[in-house]
Design a protein around this ligand. Structure first.
Ligand code: ADP
Ligand code: MG
Length: 288
């Protein structure tokens, strides 16, 4: 049976905007040693904006954006939304066929009889499309049309306002190591990691690699140590389920992520994790 104090703790958490799906998770928070974050939508706002178009070869900026917009027509990824918004025109669904979204890579689709790829460098490598090293850093969406490199789109995302403070506070609270896992490019990931003062950054990961990183931490940890994973997206569901304590962003987060999580932060603020830790500590004092 669950001690009565846990119900009080769960109630206090929910008043603080933190949904805890059971007393055992509240108790487990007291042994949290590692906090692992997803980047996009978790530490960053996940609201992307197109900031530059860099066509290649004979392609015009308009063509680059149009094909990318068609490729992103059906994706729910925040990157896709920003490209459709930058294009700003209606998309004719009749021109498209054979849509294929590849997790951690991007999109493959046929548009007006042309084979279009839109995604990261990994997607281009996988499909054998060569390109010169880009002169921009940040989140880049590369586009290829009929196997010819058409250029890239520069997209920027902002770090959440209180994220750096939340990371510092977690360390002060006794969290031993803070880690970020992301599918995004290494240069972008490292810049975010430096800004936030994270202990460790792992970039260019596929969803299954994120699970492997959690498993590595599980092997390193000792005794009662717990690993918390905080994420938002559809891609994060396996990691949320694998971590000792899976924490999902409730606002921007996908339904699948909220379902798979043990704890949901209703307002999407990383600082709410600290509120949960404080309530857990207080609850333990009342219960034991
Ligand atoms: P994160 O780990 O940052 O939350 P994801 O796992 O959702 O990111 O995606 C990893 C990377 O895969 C993105 O940074 C992007 O480069 C690429 N990607 C995923 N989906 C798309 C898409 N719809 N369009 C373009 N690129 C995509
Ligand atoms: Mg994400």
């Amino acid at each position: 049976s669950i001690p009565l104090g846990f119900f009080g703790g769960i109630g206090a958490a929910s008043r603080a905007g933190v949904l805890v799906k059971g007393g055992s998770y509240l108790e487990a928070l007291n042994d949290a040693a590692y906090v692992v974050f997803d980047k996009t939508g978790t530490l960053t706002k996940g609201v992307f904006q197109v900031t530059a178009l860099k066509p290649s070869g004979s392609f015009s900026p308009e063509e680059l954006l149009e094909y990318a917009a068609y490729a992103e027509a059906h994706s729910t990824h925040p990157i896709a939304e920003s490209i459709r918004q930058a294009y700003g025109k209606a998309l004719d669904g009749n021109r498209m066929s054979g849509y294929n979204e590849i997790p951690g890579h991007g999109i493959q689709v046929s548009v007006g009889g042309k084979e279009v790829l839109a995604g990261n460098a990994k997607l281009m490598e996988r499909e054998g499309v060569a390109f010169a090293p880009p002169e921009d850093t940040g989140t880049l969406v590369h586009v290829a049309i009929d196997q010819a490199y058409a250029g890239y789109i520069v997209i920027s995302d902002e770090v959440k306002e209180n994220a750096a403070e939340a990371i510092r506070a977690l360390k002060r609270y006794g969290i031993r190591r803070t880690v970020m896992l992301t599918g995004d490019a290494r240069a972008t990931a490292e810049a975010v990691g430096r800004r936030l003062g994270l202990d460790e950054v792992h970039a260019e990961l596929l969803p299954q690699h994120k699970v492997e990183e959690i498993e590595k931490l599980d092997k390193q940890k000792s005794g009662k140590d717990k690993v918390i994973f905080v994420g938002d997206g559809i891609n994060d569901t396996p990691v949320l389920a694998r971590a000792d304590i899976g924490v999902a962003m409730g606002g921007l987060g996908s339904d699948a992520a909220i379902e798979a999580a043990d704890i949901v932060l209703m307002t999407d603020e990383p600082s709410k994790l600290l509120a949960a830790l404080r309530i857990a500590r207080k609850t333990r004092r009342i219960v034991w």
